[in-house]
Design a protein around this ligand. Structure first.
Ligand code: ZN
Length: 76
């Protein structure tokens, strides 16, 4: 099964964020986190992209390093 997944940095970890980062809430746990522009871009290309915070990603054993596209064509 193809999994499209992006981990969003928690505001608790990076309080100030970066220019262009959008404040959103994790759909899993509701924590405030940052949607980076590359995640927003990936979401435009991949409608079924799953987003969650890095903590939920860690719990689920998913990769934390940026936008991860597993088994797909990839987004560069
Ligand atoms: Zn979460």
């Amino acid at each position: 099964m193809t999994q499209h997944f992006a981990a969003m940095p928690l505001v608790a970890h990076i309080p100030d964020g970066q220019p262009g980062w959008r404040l959103v809430h994790c759909p899993e746990c509701g924590a405030a986190c940052w949607e980076r522009p590359d995640i927003a871009e990936a979401k435009r290309v991949i409608p079924d992209l799953t987003e969650c915070c890095t903590e939920c990603a860690q719990k689920a054993g998913l990769p934390l390093d940026g936008t991860q596209i597993e088994g797909g064509e990839g987004v560069r």
